[in-house]
Ligand binder design. Structure first.
Ligand SMILES: *Cc1c(COP(=O)(O)O)cnc(C)c1O
Length: 404
């Protein structure tokens, strides 16, 4: 049979065709009324997508650029900061805060697990200036409790800023950014918004803008106050990634259309869609007799699965690619060979989910030779989740988008 390549990866994720067309047509200069109109519209849409009244800043970089911007703009050398780390991306916060001379406290949870709010409370000091965390740790498939940490900071009367890497959390998790008091939340273009890599965005609270008045770490390209000033005029400080911004506008239009014309409704549908695809996938792999790597606090962004004992997870990755054209991810760093990850963030729907489970069944039968497992058992478990026979979220899946 022919193999159609499909990404089941937690970034880059599959591209929305309408966004690809918008990119191809984006032959405009950035110091023109045309671009200013586009930029202002997309920044407004992004606020709705993030779910905040705060300004959202768009940067031409991958997600890590916005993480660096959060550290460089909001801290000074010697500041005490707290990082909640449970995987590769938590470790990135530690490395970034160290690079900018912060005194870094760390609450660490083992890979595959999350930390408790009590552990965070115990690590919080009176002079903690900022708390950095992931909403979802893509390297392990774990969801962290952003709301719980935000509530804790409020209850403790802490002046620490809460800075959330929501790069795979946005679009897979319901947030009340302003209600909970999240000061900064960061997203990336190659994740839930279904466009190529190259843009990062972050919402910034009033408290965080104030903190920038006195923070002393160096910054130049990622100077958020400068970007904000220019954004209010419909411009970016330097040459923006024009084509990606056009694509982002088209993707947010698509989500609005999914929500019957309302972007917030479309975003909620996207989140519930990811939740449902993830629930179907979890039920399926458990029906195969495989174990989830993060059973206690699984993210809807991606499902991490342990291969049978003694089997390298790379075998599953390779078989899915070679036999079915399905690209999933191995573990990162020292988790390589230990887990495989199937993503649900962005443009995945019922059809995609059933297809990857069907392909996994072949790998389970002919490659992994899982004893007692027969064709259809994993699919049946997923179908029951979809049909609502097993508890799952309320919204429907996003409508299938053809023209892959
Ligand atoms: C993808 C991702 C990032 C950013 O990585 P970039 O390669 O810089 O875009 C950061 N955090 C999480 C949780 C991610 O999934």
């Amino acid at each position: 049979m022919i193999r159609k390549t499909r990404l089941f990866t937690p970034g880059p994720t599959p591209l929305l065709p309408a966004a690809q067309f918008a990119m191809a047509a984006a032959d405009i200069h950035h110091r023109t009324p045309e671009f200013r109109a586009l930029y202002q519209r997309v920044l407004e849409q992004l606020k709705t997508f993030v779910g905040t009244k705060n300004d959202v800043i768009l940067l031409a970089s991958s997600g890590t650029g916005a993480m660096e911007a959060a550290v460089s703009n909001l801290t000074s050398p010697g500041d005490r900061v707290l990082v909640l780390s449970a995987g590769k991306f938590g470790e990135r916060w530690v490395a970034l805060a160290n690079a900018f001379g912060c005194a870094v406290d760390v609450v660490k949870a083992p890979y595959g697990q999350t930390f408790s709010v009590d552990e965070v409370r115990n690590a919080l000091q009176s002079d903690t200036r900022a708390v950095f965390m992931q909403a979802t740790e893509s390297s392990t498939g774990v969801r962290h409790d952003v709301e719980g940490v935000a509530r804790l900071l409020k209850r403790a009367g802490s002046s620490a800023l809460l800075i959330v890497d929501g790069i795979t959390g946005l679009g897979t998790t319901h947030f009340d950014v302003d209600g909970w008091g999240v000061d900064v939340i960061i997203g990336g273009s190659q994740k839930a918004v279904m466009i190529p890599p190259g843009l990062a965005y972050l919402s910034v609270s009033d408290r965080a803008w104030e903190a920038m008045e006195t923070s002393r770490n160096p910054r130049y390209y990622f100077d958020l106050r400068k970007e904000r000033k220019n954004a209010h005029k419909g411009e970016s400080s330097y040459t923006p990634a024009v084509a990606l911004i056009a694509a982002l506008g088209a993707a947010l239009d698509f989500l609005a259309a999914q929500g019957g014309g309302d972007l917030a409704t479309g975003r909620d549908a996207l989140v519930d869609n990811a939740e449902k695809c993830a629930a179907m996938t979890r039920a399926a792999v458990e029906a195969m007799g495989l174990r989830l790597f993060a059973p206690d606090s699984p993210a809807a962004a991606a499902t991490a699965v342990l291969p049978p004992a003694g089997v390298d997870s790379g075998v599953v990755v390779k078989e899915l690619k070679n036999r079915f054209g399905a690209v999933i991810t191995n573990g990162q760093g020292e988790m390589k060979g230990q887990i495989f990850r199937v993503a649900h963030i962005g443009l995945f729907d019922y059809m995609d989910t059933i297809a990857i489970i069907g392909a996994l069944e072949h790998v389970a039968v002919s490659t992994l030779k899982i004893p007692g497992f027969e064709f259809g058992q994993a699919l049946a478990a997923a179908q029951k989740v979809f049909a609502g026979e097993t508890p799952s979220p309320k919204h429907e899946l996003i409508e299938a988008v053809s023209a892959r």
